[in-house]
Design a protein around this ligand. Structure first.
Ligand SMILES: Cc1cc2nc3c(=O)[nH]c(=O)nc-3n(C[C@H](O)[C@H](O)[C@H](O)COP(=O)(O)O)c2cc1C
Length: 248
């Protein structure tokens, strides 16, 4: 199956100079009391299942101790709103979120029970991603390797955010409290002391990769006159997506 048209629309929009750096989107979740929550997250790329290339998954990341992680483990339904101001495109992506914590994390089995329930994530698990060049002979997707890859790509100051001694959202006594926290966590290769190595391990333990499986994309083009709006909905027939033109 070919690359879905909505993905071409996103990658084209991201490639124009006016949209440089527009990698932040808002991700909405629902908690166990049915209350909605929304926050900004950074897009970290796509992973495309080899045997389901029509459903590329969005990659983002978070702290596994954060409220959003708990919400996503309770209810995988999410919606993203991604506004690219330069080209005046809005992509509203509905789908399911899959939190991937480290293998030793207490929520690991809950996280993987969600993965097993998704046909797309299951095919990613068994057949891997499109651009992997398996040297081991196995095509299986290595979730832990991908989580490490995304974590390793983070700057030392960013890595330090997962090393904070308290969970995100915890009440602290004053604005001065974080002044006593580590500002940087080096890569494992650069860690010179045992303390630095421990910091790296502890930060990685709090780091969660987040995969979002899209089921619907509502694309609004305000740069077009008259404005355009296109809805892509997942289907089991044809190229895997139904495309409809909507009133903007
Ligand atoms: C520009 C920007 C980018 C952000 N990127 C992320 C991100 O990639 N992952 C994340 O967990 N939080 C990110 N945050 C922080 C969240 O928006 C949010 O404040 C925090 O994660 C707590 O969310 P929660 O209480 O809903 O779990 C970002 C905030 C801003 C302003």
């Amino acid at each position: 199956m070919s690359v879905p048209r909505w993905l071409n629309a996103i990658t084209t929009a991201l490639s124009v100079p006016e949209n440089k750096g527009k990698v932040a989107y808002q991700v909405a979740t629902i908690d166990s009391q049915n209350i909605p929550h929304v926050r900004t997250q950074i897009h970290r790329g796509f992973v495309t299942p080899r045997d389901a290339a029509h459903v590329p998954l969005l990659i983002t990341s978070t702290d596994v101790r954060s409220p959003k992680a708990e919400q996503m483990l309770f209810n995988t339904a999410v919606e993203i709103a991604w506004w690219m101001e330069g080209s005046m495109d809005q992509f509203r992506i509905s789908g399911r979120a899959f939190i991937i914590p480290g293998p030793d994390h207490p929520q690991y089995s809950t996280a993987f029970s969600h993965i097993e329930k998704s046909a797309i994530l299951s095919t990613l698990t068994s057949s891997g991603e499109t651009n992997s060049d398996s040297t081991s002979g196995s095509n299986e997707f290595d979730f832990e390797q991908k989580r490490r890859e995304i974590f390793d790509a983070m700057r030392p100051a960013m890595k330090a955010t997962w090393y904070r001694p308290v969970a995100p959202g915890s009440v602290i006594a004053s604005y001065d409290v974080p002044k006593g926290w580590s500002r940087e966590v080096p890569t494992l290769e650069e860690a010179k002391t045992e303390e630095d190595k421990k910091k790296w391990h502890d930060a990685l333990a709090n780091f969660a990769m987040l995969l979002i499986e899209p089921t619907k994309i509502d694309w609004v083009q305000l740069g077009e006159k008259p404005n355009r709006r296109t809805l892509f909905t997942r289907t089991d027939s044809g190229d895997g997506w139904k495309e409809e033109i909507l009133a903007p």
